[in-house]
Design a protein around this ligand. Structure first.
Ligand code: NIG
Ligand code: FE
Length: 398
C-alpha cells in the first residue's frame, strides 16, 4: 500500500506550477500551504486548512518549502583536490584549463571504489543542502577505459550522466589533438555512450575549437546523446552559437557573450546555465544574468562543482551570488536553481511542487525562499525529501 504524507503549516510554498504562476506571482507561491505526497509523487498542493486526510502528517511550523534544487552541471567523478592551486590563484596566478590535467592524473590512479565513494560523498553533501537532482560529467579520465568507468560509476548514482571526453586534450595526445578528437568521436564514444544521456565539450581556447567541438557533439548526437556545451567561459568564442545551432539543451558558463550570443539564447531552446561558483573561485567577472533574462532567455543556476574552478556543492551559495552580483532578483535566482535546472536537463518531473511531480521537497529554516539570498552562508536546510523519501530527517519537524 502506498503511504501518503501531508506537510502542513507551510508559511510560503514555492510551486513553480504553471497553473499558479503569473507576472505578479512568478514562482507560483502559495501562502499557508500544504503538500501531500504519495509514494514518490506529489499528489496535492493547496491551502493548509484544506489538506486531505493522510497516513502521516508533518508540521512545517510556518517555514518555507520549495522544490529540491536541480544542479544541472557538476563534475563529481574525480580524485584528489587542488587546494594549493586555489591558494596560488588567490595570490594572483590566473586560472587556465591546464589544471584539469592534475585531476586527470589523480583520477586515473584512483580505484573504482575511491571514485564511487567520493561521488557518493559529494551527492550526500549536496542533498544535505537541498539538492535532489544532480547531473554528473566524466572528463577527468581522458582514456577509453577511464572515461567509460567514470560514466559507469556515475550512472549507478544518477540518471543524468554526461560524456565529457572532450574536456581537454589528453596529455598523451598533446602533439596530436586531431588524433584525440578521433578517439573521442570513435572508440571512446562507443565505450561511453551506453552509460551517458548527454554529450558535452569544453569549447574554449586551450581546449577545443569550433570545428573540433562540432565533431564531438555531432558524433554524440549520432549515438543518441543530447548536446550541452561548456561555452564562452574564459573569453568570447563560438560555443554559444554552436550550442544553439545544434539544439543543445544548455550552453553553460555564458560569461563572455556578444549581443548575437544573447539573441541566439533568447530563442529559448537552449538554456543559459550560469555557474557563479566558477567566477567566485577563479576571481573572474560574473556573467550578466540580467542581460539574458531581459532578452527572454531561460536561465539556470548550477554549481559546476569540481576540484579546480568551483569546489562548492551549495546551490544556495550560487543563488546568493547571483542575486548579489549578477543582477537577478531573489525570485529569479530561486527559479533558475530549481525550474531552470530542470529545463536545462529537459525534465518536467523535477523543479516543481505540483501534482504529478516527483516528490523532491526542500524545507527551509526560514519563513520564505528570500532568505536563501538574504542569509548567505547560513545552512538553512531543515528537511529534504527525494522521490518521496525523507533523506534529511530532522527531529524538530517530526
Ligand atoms: O566547468 N571549464 C571546464 N571545466 C571545469 C573546470 C574543471 C577544472 O578546472 O578541473 C569548469 O569550470
Ligand atoms: Fe563545468
Amino acid at each position: 500500500m502506498t503511504v501518503s504524507t501531508a506537510v502542513t503549516g507551510i508559511g510560503s510554498l514555492v510551486t513553480n506550477d504553471p497553473s499558479l504562476m503569473s507576472a505578479d506571482n512568478p514562482l507560483g507561491l502559495v501562502p499557508d500551504a500544504a503538500v501531500v505526497i504519495e509514494g514518490d509523487r506529489v499528489v496535492w498542493t493547496g491551502a493548509s486548512s484544506k489538506a486531505p486526510t493522510t497516513d502521516n502528517r508533518v508540521d512545517a511550523g510556518g517555514r518555507a518549502l520549495l522544490p529540491g534544487f536541480v544542479d544541472s552541471h557538476a563534475h563529481l567523478v574525480f580524485a584528489g583536490d587542488r587546494a594549493a592551486e586555489f591558494a596560488a590563484r588567490m595570490s594572483g596566478r590566473p586560472y587556465g584549463a591546464g589544471g584539469i590535467r592534475t585531476t586527470v592524473a589523480a583520477t586515473r590512479a584512483a580505484s573504482d571504489d575511491e571514485l564511487a565513494g567520493n561521488l557518493a560523498r559529494l551527492l550526500a553533501e549536496a542533498r544535505r543542502q537541498g539538492t535532489t537532482t544532480v547531473e554528473v560529467k566524466s572528463g577527468y579520465g581522458l582514456t577509453v577505459h577511464d572515461e567509460a568507468r567514470a560514466l559507469r560509476i556515475a550512472a549507478r548514482q544518477t540518471p543524468e550522466t554526461t560524456y565529457l571526453g572532450a574536456h581537454v586534450v589528453a596529455p598523451e595526445f598533446a602533439d596530436d589533438p586531431a588524433g584525440y578528437v578521433a578517439l573521442v568521436t570513435g572508440p571512446m564514444l562507443d565505450a561511453c555512450a551506453p552509460h551517458a544521456r548527454w554529450v558535452d565539450v569544453f569549447c574554449e581556447r586551450g581546449a577545443f575549437d569550433a570545428d573540433q567541438a562540432r565533431a564531438v557533439l555531432e558524433a554524440g548526437v549520432a549515438r543518441g546523446l543530447t548536446p550541452r556545451v561548456h561555452a564562452n567561459q574564459l573569453g568570447p568564442g563560438p560555443g554559444v552559437q554552436l550550442a544553439v545551432e545544434l539544439g543543445a539543451a544548455s550552453a553553460d558558463h555564458c560569461t563572455h557573450l556578444t549581443d548575437a550570443d544573447v539573441d541566439a539564447l533568447a530563442g529559448g531552446g537552449t538554456v543559459a546555465t550560469l555557474l557563479p561558483g566558477a567566477e567566485f573561485s577563479t576571481r573572474a567577472v560574473y556573467p550578466d544574468a540580467r542581460r539574458l533574462l531581459d532578452a527572454g532567455a531561460t536561465v539556470a543556476l548550477s554549481t559546476d562543482c569540481n576540484p579546480g574552478s568551483s569546489y562548492t556543492s551549495s546551490m544556495a551559495f550560487c543563488v546568493a551570488v547571483a542575486v548579489r552580483d549578477m543582477g537577478m532578483s531573489p525570485d529569479e535566482a530561486v527559479r533558475a536553481a530549481t525550474l531552470g535546472g530542470a529545463r536545462a536537463l529537459r525534465r518536467s518531473d523535477v523543479g516543481t511542487v505540483a501534482p504529478g511531480a516527483r516528490a523532491d521537497l526542500h524545507l527551509l529554516d526560514a519563513p520564505t525562499h528570500l532568505h536563501l539570498a538574504y542569509r548567505p552562508g547560513v545552512p538553512l536546510t531543515a528537511a529534504v525529501w527525494q522521490a518521496g523519501e525523507r533523506v534529511r530527517p530532522e527531529p524538530a519537524v517530526a
